[in-house]
Write a protein that binds this ligand. Structure first.
Ligand SMILES: O=C[C@H](O)[C@H](O)COP(=O)(O)O
Ligand SMILES: C=C(OP(=O)(O)O)C(=O)O
Length: 361
């Protein structure tokens, strides 16, 4: 029996509750068929081989800071696919297809949360658009990379994902470390926004072992998840409040921390975020420095992340103005032509690094 008192206890700050579709329903409507599932598995294996240095190519996670217009993202994917094919001897290209944006304070939280870009929060539509695009990008022949932010959304989309990230703002969170321990793909742990690398190293260790925690299963039913641990965790250096951490000295320091923790000595360098001061024009500078480290024989750098879209820069989400096609509404991105130049330069440096290694007998 409810009374005014019992009614007044719960959900006092919940304005509305709207039913959410289940993961199983979304999978039913938008299935990952057998050929696409094979492509996802091949992508994950390829990433794993680069991380383990069984493959001497460079992992490149490249694409928009966030997807807000699936048509533009798909056009981008078409261009990236051609570049990825051309450079596939040296680069393993994964497209950033980011739908969940962690905000420093407030702001648009990504296409899953708000697909209409107007605060209406139609998550059902957001999930549907996101899964459709993920399948489309896979069909084009590119593995996809996502940040996992919400602990519920992975059941809706994670089957399509070849590489995942836990972001700088959530890397210390037990919820996200547990989540990573159960995710099926390699997960990059970013250093904290204040620059703490030790926190990301802790996250790799925490996600590397089994956990038990409440979650939802694919039918949407509350479930107790018993995970196996994720052995493919790795560090992503994205710079911090006190400056960048992509330089050779920072990389060496990060590799030392990993060694001391008994973890594989491998890092991915994020050329954007605090490594570029969010100025897209600095991403090529970071990439050149990384390329020089590779050419000098640094094998600890296994990958790089670039924020890139069709058009350079960024634009504000302003409801009174039409958005410019192919331009980021979150962080500033490299434009396409510059992206191609950066990718070509990285491929050269991978060849130079290969030349520094002894030829196998
Ligand atoms: O990658 C995107 C942003 O850097 C991240 O979401 C934080 O953005 P904000 O500081 O503008 O909120
Ligand atoms: C939010 C992101 O990065 P970070 O967590 O490093 O700020 C991102 O890569 O979109």
């Amino acid at each position: 029996m409810t009374t005014p008192e019992t009614d007044a206890v719960s959900d006092q700050r919940i304005d509305r509750v709207v039913p959410l579709t289940t993961p199983a329903l979304l999978h039913h409507d938008l299935p990952l068929d057998a050929p696409l599932a094979s492509a996802v598995l091949a992508g994950r294996r390829a990433v794993g081989r680069v991380l383990d240095r069984a493959d001497d190519r460079l992992l490149v996670v490249v694409g928009p800071c966030s997807v807000h217009d699936p048509a533009a993202a798909l056009e981008y994917a078409g261009r990236l696919r051609e570049a990825a094919d051309r450079l596939s001897d040296d680069l393993l290209v994964v497209m950033r297809v980011y739908f969940e944006k962690p905000r420093s304070t407030v702001g648009w939280k990504g296409l899953i949360n708000d697909p209409r870009l107007d605060g209406s929060g139609d998550v059902n539509t957001g999930l549907r658009i996101a899964r459709t695009l993920l399948l489309d990008v896979l069909r084009l022949g590119l593995p996809v990379g996502c940040e996992f932010l919400d602990p519920i959304t992975p059941q809706y989309i994670a089957d399509t994902v070849g590489w995942g990230a836990i972001g700088a703002r959530t890397v210390e969170s037990q919820v996200h470390r547990q989540l990573a321990s159960g995710l099926s793909m390699p997960i990059g742990m970013k250093n904290r926004p204040d620059g703490s690398i030790a926190t990301a190293v802790d996250a790799i260790r925490a996600a590397g072992v089994p956990h038990v925690f409440p979650g939802i299963d694919v039918s949407g039913t509350p479930a107790i998840m018993h995970t196996r641990g994720n052995a493919d965790g790795h560090l992503v250096l994205r710079g911090g409040n006190d400056g960048p951490n992509y330089d050779a000295e920072s990389v060496a320091g990060a590799l030392d921390l990993l060694r001391a923790a008994g973890l594989p000595e491998r890092v991915v360098i994020d050329a954007s975020h605090a490594n570029s001061g969010k100025d897209h024009r600095r991403q090529p500078v970071v990439a050149e420095d990384v390329a020089a480290q590779l050419a000098a024989g640094q094998r600890g750098i296994v990958g790089i992340m670039l924020e890139s879209f069709l058009e350079p820069g960024r634009q504000d989400l302003d409801p009174t103005r039409e958005l410019e096609y192919g331009k980021s509404i979150t962080d500033a991105c490299l434009g396409w032509s510059q992206t191609e130049q950066v990718l070509t330069g990285l491929a050269h440096s991978v060849r130079a690094r290969r030349a520094t290694l002894p030829t196998p007998a």
